[in-house]
Write a protein that binds this ligand. Structure first.
Ligand code: SAH
Length: 526
């Protein structure tokens, strides 16, 4: 679906083989909710974490695949060279085949799997093949769209009942199963799924059967996503107003007096970054927190990794340092990866935090400190400003004649060892992770950049700024400062961006991802 074509899912090509092929696996039919990735259930997330294979439909937000390590395949509405729509029988066959081969499968479906979702057909196919299955309900589009647009479908002053109606009946049916006379008389709110294209007919038939022509009507498109749009008009002119507004599928039509209360309860579309498309340049395996936060602030995060993180080619220097940990006075961490690289290796080598003994610990900023906390470690020193110069300055009065170990990447600035050595420290540096440039971006992201469809590119380090300058397609440069703006996490990053030829339109005052997104929000509201 066009709504989600912007979002690259986390690469998921690591399907695990089934432990045994003699036993059938298990299939979970899971409701993914209406689009906001926060609206999947806890049980749904657990199933995703367990899965070997995920088959997801066109309404599902691919960001949900970040909860899974499974091989993932879209079953319909695919665009591009591999794009082909599977029919229902084919999907049922695939589910049965995967189940029989012993895999744990998640069939992830938009909204609730049993509300206009053909989930029952899939369950019946699995039951017939003797494959164990479980169904996990989801938040259906009607209730979610109503809430996110500020409408109560059962507002006590306006509606004592609500009906979910399909606006798109099986084209093979000779006669409409919908009784418009009954629908027009229905004493409550009508919600039409799949009705956008037939809106003129639906409105006309309801009015012909006596529905009052001034009944307030809302059409909510791409509900619960940062691209949500709501159009409201009396029933008699809703089709015209919607056509003029150019709303896209998926859309729901809500007909009833409860719609008029919307102005009072309107909230979602007021988020500070509502509707902004923001490229998140963080390495893929660390992008989750920034993506979640961008989404919570109303933005559509577009993963655009510029750097890949991998383990060092050779651990011998790290292992040697780990074997002498007791000799160090200070351990210094300047990234989340540095923390994980050193401490995971310590664990893998049979050690744990006790090996750190009397060592004091310094962290460059709150992200690094939070990573330390997950290992049960508190940092003794963190500078007021989250940059190498400030860390060096804060440490300089503590490290004279001391032995210091810095867990670092294979590349980066050398400010810290210089400053610490100048302060009289004996500094050892070990490369605990590699930081490599991504050499190309996904085609879809490139097309969007070229078309000026991204509102912001958020840069979170000087090396990322350089890398974005390298990878940015020539056609995207004309949009810089007009349609696409650039934000930097710190003055150092802003400087690097400018030197690389990128104009900078917002700089964070707090050098963290929340600080960066807040800077974008401030610049957006100016
Ligand atoms: N099982 C799904 C519905 C599938 S039918 C559920 O429970 O929500 C597909 C229809 O659902 C679309 O044509 C549209 O009418 C509605 N729909 C699904 N997601 C939507 C969204 N995010 N915004 C508006 N309508 C949506």
């Amino acid at each position: 679906m066009a709504q989600w074509k912007d979002m690259a899912a986390k690469p998921t090509d690591t399907a695990t083989s089934p432990a045994s092929v003699s036993q059938p696996g298990k299939v979970y039919l899971v409701g993914a909710g209406p689009g906001d990735p926060g609206l999947i259930t806890v049980r749904g997330r657990e199933c995703l974490a367990e899965a070997d294979l995920v088959l997801y439909d066109g309404l599902v937000n691919p960001l949900l695949l970040r909860h899974s390590h499974a091989k993932a395949q879209r079953t319909c509405r695919m665009e591009g060279p591999e794009g082909r729509r599977l029919d229902q029988a084919e999907i049922n066959r695939q589910l049965v085949e995967a189940g029989l081969s012993g895999l744990t499968v998640v069939r992830l479906k938009g909204g609730d799997p049993f509300i206009f979702g053909r989930g029952t057909e899939e369950a019946a196919a699995l039951a017939a093949a003797g494959i164990p299955f479980e169904v996990v309900p989801g938040i259906t589009a009607a209730t979610a769209a109503a809430v996110y647009t500020g409408i109560s479908l059962t507002h006590r002053d306006h509606a004592s009942a609500v009906a979910f109606v399909t606006g798109h009946e099986d084209p093979l049916k000779a006669e409409s199963a919908l009784d418009y006379a009954a629908l027009a008389r229905f004493p409550g709110t009508l919600v039409f799924y799949m009705g956008l294209h037939r809106l003129p007919t639906i409105a006309a038939k309801l009015m012909a059967e006596g529905k009052v022509s001034t009944t307030p009507t809302a059409v909510v498109s791409r509900a619960t996503s940062p691209l949500q749009r709501t159009v409201i008009a009396p029933l008699e002119c809703i089709a015209k107003v919607v056509a003029e507004a150019g709303l896209h599928a998926p859309s729901l039509v809500i007909v009833g007096d409860c719609v008029q209360v919307r102005e009072v309860a309107h909230w979602f579309e007021d988020r500070p970054l509502f509707g902004k498309k923001i490229a998140i340049t963080r390495p893929d395996d660390q992008a989750d927190a920034a993506i979640d936060l961008a989404w919570r602030m109303g933005a559509l995060p577009i993963p655009l990794p510029t750097i890949e993180i991998s383990p060092p080619e050779d651990w011998s220097a790290v292992d040697a340092a780990l074997s002498r940990l007791g000799e160090y006075d200070w351990l210094i961490f300047t990234s989340v990866n540095g923390v994980a690289g050193l401490l995971d290796r310590l664990w893998d080598q049979g050690g744990d935090a006790r090996k750190l003994g009397h060592c004091q610990i310094a962290a460059i900023g709150p992200g690094t400190a939070a990573a330390l906390k997950t290992y049960g470690l508190r940092c003794d020193l963190m500078p007021d400003e989250f940059r190498a110069e400030a860390l060096g300055a804060a440490l300089s009065s503590h490290v004279a004649t001391r032995r210091v170990l810095w867990a670092r990447a294979n590349r980066g600035r050398d400010v810290l060892p210089r400053e610490l050595s100048a302060a009289g420290a004996h500094v050892d540096q070990v490369v605990v992770y590699q930081n490599q440039d991504v050499t190309a971006w996904p085609d879809e992201a490139v097309q969007q950049l070229e078309a000026g469809e991204l509102d912001w590119i958020a840069l979170s380090s000087p090396s990322i700024a350089n890398q974005v300058a390298q990878l940015l397609p020539a056609a995207a440069h004309v949009h810089l400062g007009r349609k696409t703006r650039i934000a930097a996490i710190s003055p150092v990053t802003a400087e690097a961006a400018k030197e690389a030829g990128l104009p900078v339109h917002a700089v964070a005052t707090d050098y963290t991802w929340p600080g960066l997104l807040n800077a974008i929000a401030r610049a957006t509201s100016e």
